[in-house]
Design a protein around this ligand. Structure first.
Ligand SMILES: [Zn+2]
Length: 343
């Protein structure tokens, strides 16, 4: 895919231009409509690609410019889910949210992001990573009044995700990533059926596959939750052994400013690891040396040819200039360590 050492990437979302959607807001409504919205989204894709190129990001993404939210936008396109019939549920065991209801058999009527991926492919020769929500995180963001089983519903979502993933691969996507923040919360379910559902979602794919597991966006509910987790965050320890044995080829995780003991990465030995070296929960901008320090620490536990410098999570809620500066720090920090390794 790419031969240079330490190829940089981002975990997921990037801020949208203010003419497209309200900045620093999750689920921000679109400011354009109809054909203008279609063109506006494509313009935003060009801009986010340009930002990533200028910052020295090697594996580029759509920055989720065409979606309002990393889970809900995918679910909106499925039949069997009623967005008017909302229920309040506790998401990630952490905060109440009003969510849509599963009312009948879920299915994908048509491709969801494939046109966007095809458009991005025409703009760049670089490897493209595309994020989709993971089955468990989708289940955890809905009220299920039909299957009445998180496992059964996850299995149905895995089949649907596999259809979308195969078409994204055919459109020229090089890495398909599944976002599973729920993996950091429901360990028993992850080991019982969560990883199996992911493997169902990647069935038959020839491209690289990744799972992103983080401590969430820098929103208040997540920051409050992190404050309850103590001095060492060992959640990854519960799930990495089974992920290491899975067919998923890459794992994206949170390292910068987090209390995750770095040596937990050792549990993934053999996998490619996207190491979060940018904190998305603060406006403070890392220096290239901060990034380099994190990468050097990670190199004790992951082989250099399997290390992908990355962000902790998506940056959609950040001001645009902050996110752009953080991207530049990531690119520059990776460059420092790349030089050290080749010296
Ligand atoms: Zn994340």
């Amino acid at each position: 895919m790419t031969t240079a050492l330490l190829p940089t990437a981002t975990a997921g979302s990037l801020p949208k231009p203010s003419w497209l959607a309200e900045p620093e807001t999750l689920w921000s409504p679109w400011k354009l409509h109809g054909q203008e919205l279609i063109e506006g989204k494509q313009d935003a894709l060009r801009l986010t690609l340009d930002d990533q190129n200028r910052a020295g990001i090697d594996i580029v993404s759509d920055g989720e410019q065409t979606r309002q939210h990393f889970v809900t936008t995918f679910i909106e396109h499925l039949s069997g889910v009623d967005f008017k019939n909302r229920q309040t549920v506790k998401i990630r065991n952490r905060y109440d949210a009003s969510v849509p209801s599963v009312v009948s058999t879920v299915s994908r009527e048509k491709p969801i992001f494939v046109d966007d991926a095809r458009f991005l492919r025409t703009l760049t020769q670089k490897p493209i990573k595309w994020a989709l929500p993971g089955p468990m995180t989708m289940v955890d963001t809905l009220y299920d009044g039909h299957y009445k089983s998180r496992e059964k519903l996850a299995w149905e979502f895995a089949k649907i995700l596999n259809q979308e993933a195969r078409e994204l691969e055919a459109a020229g996507v090089d890495i398909i990533q599944f976002d599973e923040p729920a993996f950091n919360v429901f360990f028993d379910e992850v080991n019982d059926w969560g990883i199996a559902a992911l493997e169902r979602a990647i069935e038959g794919l020839k491209c690289e596959t990744a799972v992103h597991i983080c401590y969430g966006y820098g929103i208040k509910a997540n920051i409050d939750w992190k404050n309850t987790l103590g001095t060492q965050w060992r959640q990854y320890e519960e799930i990495f052994p089974n992920l290491q044995k899975s067919n998923i080829s890459m794992v994206s995780l949170e390292c910068q400013n987090s209390r995750v003991p770095m040596n937990l990465i050792e549990l993934l030995r053999g996998k490619k690891v996207m190491v979060g070296a940018i904190d998305v929960a603060t406006h403070a901008i890392e220096t290239p040396d901060d990034v380099a320090n994190t990468l050097r620490k990670a190199l004790k536990f992951v082989d250099a040819d399997k290390l992908y410098p990355c962000t902790n999570c998506g940056m959609a809620p950040l001001p645009r200039h902050v996110a752009t500066a953080k991207l530049h720090a990531l690119g520059a920090g990776a460059k420092i360590v790349r030089h050290e390794l080749s010296a």
